[in-house]
Design a protein around this ligand. Structure first.
Ligand code: DAH
Length: 341
């Protein structure tokens, strides 16, 4: 009988060598130690077939084998679990020395940036925002702005007509009329928006953005205009920037001026950007023509107004040194990422 017990012990030793997981150990253990079907359990049931004088020794032998198997396989189970835990730690290990994945930050489009900056500057001076519509009537875009049918100044703006009456606005100046028709002075508005002209080259695009300014009150003069524009150029182009006014012509202003600012690249000495003149043209402006005030029911003997129109793309091109307006519309991230302040 002892030989049989020894054989089972050997079976456990050799069988345990091929075990690879705590689960396999568990299954293996069951085949020997399960109360009903385990090989060692069955040995106990053999007791009745053993001669009475040998029973005590047999029972002792089986019990010792059982104790030994429990301890042996219990240790194996512990070893296996420790290895498994180790493997799990290894697999779940975080390499905290790896550089973090870079989160790409977006930035506002330069047109939006300049638009917001202009709004900030003029809102600080008490201007309110008026956003008109992109489809306008011929009356608001031209006639009421003292540019009736057949006026030669209509040639300055090649227009997309939708019908004889409706058109895509060519200038945000159309908003001036709506505002003056609907509110009484004092008026101080800023009107940003898209405008459209049949124009297409390196510095012109069929769609571009303007920012209109209009102030109507008692005693408004060109000095008020220059004072406001001085603040504007300092904020956008830098503290040392100055402005100068040159005579010009727009049907809706009298006098009309072209506003230049001192070259922010060379400080006025003359360079490539300012074509050696020291000055850069930045916008058109003037004192609102009496006829325009009258068209809107405002008495020019009591009130006067100033107006200006800024091209946002032009402002962005000057500020960022861009020589082709198309770069502002192509959404090339390599370009847009550089234009972000
Ligand atoms: N509307 C003009 C244009 O698009 C710009 C302009 C000039 C607007 C003079 C004004 C102004 O308000 O007073 O060319």
């Amino acid at each position: 009988m002892n030989a049989n017990l020894e054989q089972i012990k050997q079976e456990i030793i050799t069988g345990s060598e091929g075990l690879k997981s705590s689960k396999e150990v568990y299954e293996f253990k069951k085949t020997f130690l399960d109360g009903k079907t385990g090989k060692i359990g069955l040995l106990m049931k053999e007791m009745k077939n053993i001669a009475p004088e040998e029973r005590a020794a047999y029972g002792k032998g089986v019990n010792e084998l059982k104790e030994w198997a429990l301890e042996f396989l219990g240790e194996l189970d512990l070893e296996m679990r420790a290895k498994e835990l180790e493997a799990r730690y290894e697999a779940e290990k975080l390499d905290i020395t790896l550089p973090a994945e870079k989160v790409e930050e977006g930035n506002l489009h330069p047109i939006t940036l300049i638009r917001n900056q202009l709004i900030d500057v003029f809102a600080g001076m008490g201007f309110q925002i008026y956003e008109g519509t992109e489809i306008e009537t011929d009356y608001y875009n031209f006639t009421a702005l003292n540019t009736p049918q057949d006026h030669p100044a209509r040639d300055m703006q090649d227009t997309f007509y939708l019908s004889p009456e409706f058109l895509l606005r060519t200038q945000t100046s159309a908003g001036q009329i709506h505002v003056m028709e609907n509110s009484k002075p004092p008026i101080k508005i800023l009107s940003p928006g898209k405008v459209f002209r049949s124009d297409d080259d390196a510095t012109h695009s069929p769609m571009f953005t303007q920012m209109e300014g209009l102030v109507v009150d008692k005693g408004i003069t060109l000095c008020d205009l220059q004072g406001m524009l001085d603040v504007f150029v300092k904020k956008i182009y830098g503290e040392g920037t100055r402005t100068r006014l040159r005579p010009s012509y727009f049907p809706f202003t009298e006098p009309s001026v072209e506003v230049d600012c001192s070259c922010f690249e060379c400080g006025g000495k003359g360079c490539k950007l300012c074509k050696g003149t020291g000055w850069i043209e930045i916008l058109g402006a003037g004192i609102v023509n009496n006829k325009v005030l009258e068209n809107c029911g405002i008495d020019p003997n009591e009130y006067s107004g100033l107006a200006f129109g800024i091209g946002i793309e032009r402002t962005a091109m000057l500020k960022y040194g861009i020589n082709n307006i198309k770069l502002l519309f192509e959404s090339d991230l390599r370009v847009l990422k550089q234009l972000n302040d």
